[in-house]
Write a protein of this length. Structure first.
Length: 292
């Protein structure tokens, strides 16, 4: 299968660690990611809040470029990007809507555009759990983790097609295959505050604080995420949450690709661990001690 890779804007900036670990894991697992040449921003939240046609034009252009490079499937690590790509393809089935979108572009979109999915789903479908477990060289045994999916990864069910929208379990299965102990986490699909960290800091402080506080009380060694915005709110803004809770958390927030990469024996520097705001050093020390 020819898989076109859409990294999204944050991959080259705020979530560079996600990009590095995604590329490293996929390479180690034999998954080839062909980056879409000339891709553009999907519009994130502002575009579709302003104009559905503009949002669809931005996403449609990326899907069109993927189609022109012969892609059977587009994969992206970011749930927000994925939601936008999927929404655009749905809306473009409407002839009148497509006509309005084409009017915003230099050339009409290809009539047939590829489907989109998450890197996580593509990884799970390409590498069965038993195969993944067989590739583990440094088991995550000794680590207690909670999986946090955020509110976009599995919703809406009909569009995202990602397991149970209230209780997805794919991250747990993948990380258990790598040896980790995965704790039950009732807030796994609760909203972290998303982009409200700028216009309404208190809302994000409360939402993220609730998630962080539960993980801390469960004595998790880290929270595992799959969304750049969730990672930013829980990691970069953890100090704000601590002030709201009047409590020290010091809880590392790693991407699932970083944990899988560690289990595959990849070097921390190749997984972007130095970029984390909350240091993973205590986590790595506990992991190293568990292996001895």
């Amino acid at each position: 299968m020819n898989i076109a890779y859409y990294p999204g804007c944050s991959a080259h900036g705020s979530s560079l660690d996600y990009e590095l670990s995604t590329q490293a894991c996929c390479k180690a697992l034999g998954i080839t990611l062909n980056e879409i040449s000339g891709w553009n921003c999907c519009g994130s939240t502002p575009a579709h809040a302003t104009s559905h046609e503009l949002s669809a034009a931005l996403c449609g252009r990326n899907l069109d470029l993927a189609a022109k490079q012969g892609a059977d499937l587009v994969v992206t690590p970011c749930p927000s990007c994925l939601s936008n790509l999927k929404a655009a393809k749905e809306r473009l089935d409407d002839v009148d809507f497509r006509h309005k979108v084409n009017a915003l572009l230099d050339a009409p979109l290809s009539q047939t555009l590829p489907e989109s999915t998450s890197v996580m789903q593509a990884m799970a479908e390409s590498v069965p759990l038993d195969v993944l477990a067989g590739k583990v060289t440094k088991s995550l045994a000794g680590l207690k983790l909670v999986a946090y999916y955020g509110c976009l990864m599995s919703r809406p069910r009909e569009r995202m097609k990602f397991e149970d929208p209230e209780n997805p379990m794919l991250m747990e299965r993948m990380l258990e295959a790598c040896g980790a102990e995965m704790l039950d986490f009732p807030l796994k699909t609760a909203c972290c505050g998303a982009a409200f960290g700028i216009p309404n800091r208190k809302l994000t402080q409360q939402n993220s604080g609730r998630i962080l506080n539960l993980a801390h009380d469960l004595q998790a060694d880290a929270i595992v995420v799959a969304c750049p915005l969730c990672q930013m709110n829980l990691d970069l803004r953890q100090g704000q949450a601590e002030r709201g809770l009047n409590k020290v958390l010091n809880l590392p927030i790693l991407y699932y690709t970083q944990f899988i990469g560690l289990a595959l024996g990849l070097e921390p520097k190749d997984l972007g661990l130095k970029k984390l705001i909350v240091s993973p050093n205590n986590l790595l020390a506990k992991w190293a001690q568990a292996k001895n």
